[in-house]
Design a protein around this ligand. Structure first.
Ligand code: SF4
Length: 320
């Protein structure tokens, strides 16, 4: 099959739009979608100047999503002195997994010439996820612990690195899965939080000044296209999945969405279009509920109770 835009052979077919694209036009199409998202979300503040640039910290895991995001942002802003990119890698202490993806992060950062920081759970909390999974004092899935620790590290280090924005590599599939899970759980407050945390443009969000604003510039690009981009651009990517990544419910939703997308191309896009609008309305409705933020009495991080979730999990682990 020929490319829809030129005479070269197509390397992909996007059923949701009907186009066939060759390698060159496909790479350009992914880059265009990321740039458009950056523009539409107002990611770069009007106040950023060459003398006072914005610092964008990217959660760089070494997987395809964060590597592709970092590469495209670097290409886009390499000659723009108003933006400084910093890669932040979190090492959870999962044997045989993170060490190899860390190599991909180091290789990419060196190739692009961007600052790269590594933070370990062991150094921060004195724990490794391998031990947490074994002790499991709360009888939860590994990701339930890991997600709490990751959020804490990301937001503290985003602050420490002077981040104006914290960027993550969530793709269209990730976002459509989260949206559908929130729908199916009937969790309106979570939808409002999702919007406040990372959807919509920055101007549409209500004041969340306790946190570094987050953004997901890859959220219009389907997962398979991110993987193809990484392959065609020959990026250093660690493809293996974390051994604990089988979050049962998300996996079920993922399979459901694969089937829907196959039979009804465009489903993920339409879910996100409607969801974003609804979540924005809900943010207006429930945003006020989030003004009761206080400092955790143990670590001082922003939370809604006396002790934050991270400190209570660490206490449970210490008691084992
Ligand atoms: Fe942590 Fe779960 Fe991600 Fe593994 S899949 S790194 S345990 S959040």
């Amino acid at each position: 099959m020929k490319c829809t835009k030129c005479d070269r052979e197509a390397v992909m077919h996007a059923a949701y739009s009907g186009v066939h694209l060759c390698s060159e036009h496909f790479l350009a199409s992914v880059e265009r979608r990321v740039k458009r998202r950056v523009r539409e979300d107002g990611l770069l503040s009007d106040e950023a100047t060459p003398d006072e640039p914005e610092t964008w910290v990217i959660g760089l895991s070494g997987g395809k999503d964060s590597v592709v995001l970092t590469r495209i942002l670097h290409e886009t802003f390499a000659d723009d002195p108003r933006v400084k990119l910093v890669g932040l890698t979190i090492h959870e202490g999962i044997a045989g997994y993170r060490d190899r993806s860390l190599d991909a992060c180091v290789e990419l950062s060196e190739e692009l010439g961007i600052r790269h920081e590594v933070v370990t759970y062991e150094g921060e909390f004195g724990i490794r996820m391998d031990d947490v999974v074994e002790d499991d004092p709360e009888e939860m899935a590994a990701c339930a612990y890991c997600g709490v620790f990751r959020r804490d590290v990301l937001s503290r280090y985003a602050d420490e690195l002077g981040a104006d924005k914290l960027l993550t590599g969530h793709n269209l599939d990730d976002e459509a899965q989260s949206a559908l899970m929130n729908f199916l759980e009937g969790d309106l407050v979570q939808m409002a939080k999702h919007f406040e945390a990372s959807l919509g443009g920055f101007e549409e969000r209500t004041d969340q000044s306790a946190f570094v604003p987050r953004a997901k510039p890859l959220r219009d690009v389907p997962e398979k296209e991110v993987a193809l981009y990484a392959h065609l651009a020959e990026l250093p990517v660690h493809m293996a999945e974390c051994p604990h990544s089988s979050e049962a419910y998300r996996g079920e939703i993922q399979r459901l969405l694969y089937g829907l997308e196959e039979n009804h191309p465009g489903t993920r896009h339409s879910i996100m279009a409607g969801y974003e609008e609804l979540a924005g309305l809900l943010a207006g409705e429930y945003g006020e509920e989030r003004t009761d933020l206080v400092d955790c009495e143990r670590c001082g991080s922003t939370t809604t109770g006396a002790v934050c979730r991270k400190c209570s999990l660490l206490a449970a682990l210490e008691a084992v």
